[in-house]
Design a protein around this ligand. Structure first.
Ligand SMILES: O=C(O)CCC(=O)C(=O)O
Ligand SMILES: [Fe+2]
Length: 258
């Protein structure tokens, strides 16, 4: 990574938070350098090959050793930047910087099935580094209806928001905004190596489906679960209920590595 320490200290978290509030997202260009990106891309190509070219997702860092994706959430500068952005944006103190990490490698029909599923994240801030983005055809843009809800006082209220957003009516409405190029839906053209920030909890968002033969791969680092201490959540019985209200958890037919 080029001059990461410099890049991070040059980033003003207050400005970044204000930019996310105003535009729906903020970007730090060329955050990951070409060598790191190439290495991550080789890792993705190798695991896809092992998986017969089928779409896959990694949750957590354990399989990602040797790539920047493994190192990034352990870098104090990166964690501090994410926590400072969270604090600037919410006025709350960030807890100790626990990161929920996902690597999504979308391709083929299953990649398409797992695209265009608008959702609210469980975590307040999403930091995203694209690894592979199709150069032609549908480019798999990040689609955001930014900042349409606040951080809820209660977990149950957040669940209701998620359930409403997962409903066919709401999904259909957002797909129509996409199809009609409605300006309320922010489209972020992803450039590999850039670092994108958005309020994942507050923004309804998803990725555009790419052409069937294309690969779209993104590394996500999610920070601060506002309902981590919720008692209701700790006793919530089934992961099935969670699946119903969180379309990204379904990942139908996709290999999931932890
Ligand atoms: O891959 C993307 O562009 C977004 C993924 C996402 O929103 C998520 O994993 O929560
Ligand atoms: Fe998300």
């Amino acid at each position: 990574m080029i001059n990461l320490a410099m890049t991070e200290s040059a980033c003003d978290p207050v400005k970044i938070a204000a930019e996310i509030d105003a535009a729906g997202f903020a970007v730090v260009e060329n955050y990951v350098d070409l060598a790191e990106l190439t290495q991550a891309r080789s890792f993705v190509d190798a695991v896809l090959k092992k998986n017969d070219g089928q779409c896959l997702i990694f949750r957590g860092p354990s399989e990602l050793a040797g790539t920047f994706m493994y190192d990034l959430p352990k870098r104090p500068g990166f964690v501090k930047l994410c926590c400072d952005i969270y604090e600037a944006g919410t006025g709350r103190q960030a807890p100790n910087g626990d990161c929920y990490q996902v690597l999504r490698c979308l391709c083929g029909p299953k990649g398409q099935m797992n695209s265009m599923r608008f959702h609210f994240d469980t975590y307040a801030l999403a930091a995203l580094v694209p690894i592979a983005i199709p150069a032609e055809g549908k480019t798999g843009d990040l689609l955001l209806l930014p900042n349409v809800r606040n951080i809820r006082a209660f977990y149950t209220r957040s669940l209701i928001d998620k359930a409403i957003l997962a409903s066919p009516i709401r999904q259909g409405y957002l797909k129509r905004l996409y199809e009609t190029h409605d300006e309320r839906l922010v489209r972020v053209k992803m450039v590999p190596g850039n670092l994108y920030f958005f309020w994942g909890y507050k923004s309804a968002h998803t990725n555009e489906a790419c052409n069937i033969g294309a690969l779209r791969c993104t590394a996500l680092f999610h920070y601060v679960d506002p309902h981590a201490a919720s008692v209701v959540r700790s006793i919530m019985p089934t992961s099935r209920l969670k699946n119903i209200i969180n379309p990204t958890r379904i990942m139908k037919g996709v290999s999931v590595y932890r």
